[in-house]
Design a protein. Structure first.
Length: 194
């Protein structure tokens, strides 16, 4: 019993090992989208193509970066970012599918003081891809024709070999060579059968 107790004490006082790298880096951008023409915001260059495609479908003509934050998150760990209008968004990477897409849970919280969830959704983002979520006004008290808040979620880094379910690095395992069945040994002095 004293040996077990000593082992527990030694383990409790042990120095923690080096911190393992986070499996996924997610960048969140709060963007004001407008239907009126305006200058391009150069800070949105990493997602310019996604915004152009989005604008074709929803007829937005200009975009302005309101805020940006990057998170280094473990699987099922959350990152939260404040948004305009006393709102916030929480993102949780859940796992990586067999196709390499990262499943992300997004929770949008409404205005303070209630600050309750106003949107819960799950989506999957390809490695290095971006998904846009939006529809709320940047300023909740603004006129209906005011700027629309878009939330751009980009998975920037998912290390190769990471298993999204367990958060472990997969090792490459070589299969063992199959055992070959050998013929039975031949006796040195065969005895003839009669």
């Amino acid at each position: 019993m004293s040996v077990v107790f000593l082992a527990v004490l030694l383990a409790a006082g042990a120095e923690p090992g080096p911190e393992e790298p986070s499996p996924v880096r997610i960048t969140v951008r709060a963007i004001a989208a407008s239907k009126s023409a305006g200058a391009a915001d150069s800070r949105l260059a990493p997602v310019a193509r996604d915004l152009a495609n989005f604008g074709n479908d929803f007829r937005f003509q200009s975009y302005r970066l309101v805020s940006e934050e990057s998170f280094e998150l473990v699987w099922n760990g959350s990152g939260e970012m404040e948004l305009p209008g006393s709102r916030s968004v929480r993102l949780t990477p859940k796992h990586m599918g067999p196709d390499g897409r990262v499943k992300v849970h997004l929770e949008l919280f409404g205005e303070h003081p209630e600050h309750r969830s106003s949107l819960l959704t799950d989506f999957s983002v390809p490695r290095g891809g971006t998904i846009l979520v939006g529809g709320l006004r940047v300023d909740p008290k603004a006129a209906p024709e005011g700027d629309v808040l878009l939330i751009a979620v980009t998975t920037e880094r998912v290390p190769a070999g990471v298993d999204g379910q367990r958060g472990e690095v997969r090792a490459t395992v070589r299969p063992r060579p199959e055992l070959q069945l050998l013929p039975p040994p031949i006796p040195d002095n065969p005895v003839p059968r009669r």
